[in-house]
Design a protein around this ligand. Structure first.
Ligand code: NGQ
Ligand code: ZN
Length: 459
């Protein structure tokens, strides 16, 4: 089958915003948008999709370069209290060493893996901006362009989020040497965002947002300046309250907890994605949830870094929106993120079915699609007219899905298997994964190997 999809598709079973539907006709325009989604359609004149169809999944939080250290920080050093901060030290070693073409090679490999896992869009929280010594490249946007080029090579949709980073800790603590590639004062940061927007403005597979890195890295006046400079449609992502250490530091600095400080000092609304938001009181949960902000959860990374469990039941009960990301990419699997989110809550509560409701995991799945789409600031996350034609066809021959009734299909998908059942993946009307393989898997993988060998020889 060619990469260019037929404009008229037929899905025997498809997950629509209201739930599973049968005999769904899908019409696409030449620009990769869905123009018609009709349940109970006739199959005549349409290309039949050979398995259950899901909307492509948005990955709302990624630091692409960190994929290159997945698996390399899993042994304990001399510190028996190994935690997030020792992991970060290792991560900074990698961040300081990477060359532009290596960053592109790693990101392209990661995005191929994301597509094969069913992620059709990524929100890239990008803070590696400058040369290793901290001087900007001749093109201020050099490394942003590398990541965008990687997304284009792989064919994944991207919301590129240039990161604002200024300080090494709360209260204006100076940035360290390990952070010098990240630093931009507000004026230069906003110039970077404008440059990127003007270069890629017309591309439907690319959007831009801004990312004040964290309260640790962005002082209040700088936060205010960059938030005031963007419009009502621009996504704003921030890391918040991921570790108890950050909560303690924030209390000492301001007398407030991180989420509490943020909702009181920034115009937090539906544009915002609060990444992690692990440590919240019930009052913070209520205030943040009702602001309309999306909680950006990254369960496998949060588990890997020993961050804690997000209070997901209380967040949802308060009307909060959430989406999922793979963050450090210790794992690249939508299924594993969902499974960990639910299992984490079960282990804490010593009960079953915490987020899986009477309809199974379907409601959480649909909610995470919508939350991810909102955090991405792109028309994705649903099979509906006007949205991008981003979709996944599952392998109907997968043993874990065999003879499972439609209303249990997502439960079997998320909990029952360890073999990737994603068969075909379309982004913006083009097939990038067929029969489980990305069309550029081999050449992108060999370039990744070469890049890694070269980085490791210098580390
Ligand atoms: C990051 N990652 O920016 O990559 C962070 C570590 C920090 C996570 N928080 C650096 N998982 O937060 O200071
Ligand atoms: Zn992050």
């Amino acid at each position: 089958m060619s990469r260019e999809a037929s404009r008229h598709l037929f899905a025997p079973l498809a997950l629509l915003p209201g739930g599973w539907a049968t005999d769904v006709g899908l019409d696409l325009d030449g620009a990769g948008n869905l123009t018609g989604v009709t349940a109970g359609a006739a199959s005549k004149g349409r290309d039949r999709l050979d398995g259950p169809v899901l909307p492509g999944f948005p990955n709302l939080h990624s630091h692409a370069f960190q994929r290159a250290m997945a698996g390399l920080a899993e042994h304990r050093g001399s510190d028996p209290e190994d935690d997030f901060w020792s992991w970060r030290k290792l991560m900074y070693g990698l961040a300081g060493a990477l060359m532009p073409e290596e960053i592109q090679a790693i990101a392209a490999q990661l995005y191929v893996e994301m597509l094969e896992a069913g992620y059709t869009a990524v929100a890239e929280f990008h803070y590696l901006h400058h040369q290793p010594d901290g001087r900007p490249y001749d093109d201020l946007a050099e490394l942003s362009e590398r990541v965008i080029a990687a997304a284009k090579e792989a064919g994944i949709g991207i919301t590129h989020l240039p990161v604002m980073y200024l300080t090494g800790g709360l209260g204006g603590k100076p940035a360290t040497e390990g952070q010098r590639r990240f630093l931009n004062p507000p004026e230069r940061f906003l110039r970077l965002v404008e440059t990127l927007r003007s270069r890629h403005g017309g591309d439907a597979d690319i959007a831009f947002g801004i990312a004040p890195h964290s309260l640790r890295a962005v002082p209040p006046d700088a936060l205010k300046a960059i938030v005031a400079a963007v419009d009502a449609a621009t996504p704003i992502h921030i890391h918040i309250a991921e570790q108890t250490g950050e909560v303690d530091q924030c209390l000492a600095w301001s007398g407030k907890r991180p989420v509490e400080w943020l909702v009181e000092n920034a115009p937090v609304d539906r544009r915002w994605c609060l990444v992690h938001a692990t440590h919240m009181t019930s009052d913070e949960i209520r205030r943040a949830a009702t602001s309309g902000a999306v909680a950006g959860l990254c369960p496998t990374t949060e588990a890997n870094l020993g961050d804690g469990f997000f209070p997901a039941e209380d967040w949802r009960a308060a009307g909060g929106t959430l989406g999922l990301g793979s963050d450090s990419h210790i794992s690249v699997s939508v299924i594993e993120e969902l499974r960990w989110l639910e299992y984490g809550r079960r282990l804490v509560a010593r009960r079953r079915n915490r987020l899986t409701g009477t309809g199974g995991i379907k409601d959480l799945f649909l909610a995470a699609l919508d939350g991810g789409a909102r955090a991405s600031g792109r028309p994705i996350g649903r099979m509906a007219p006007g949205r991008r034609a981003d979709m996944i066809v599952l392998d109907q021959d997968a043993a874990t899905l065999a003879e499972i009734p439609p209303d249990r299909l997502l439960d079997a998908l998320v909990f029952a298997g360890n073999v990737n059942p994603v068969k075909h993946v379309m982004v913006g009307g083009r097939w990038h994964v067929r029969d489980g393989r990305h069309s550029r898997r081999d050449d992108i993988l060999s370039r990744y190997r070469r890049a890694l060998a070269s980085v490791r020889s210098r580390l």
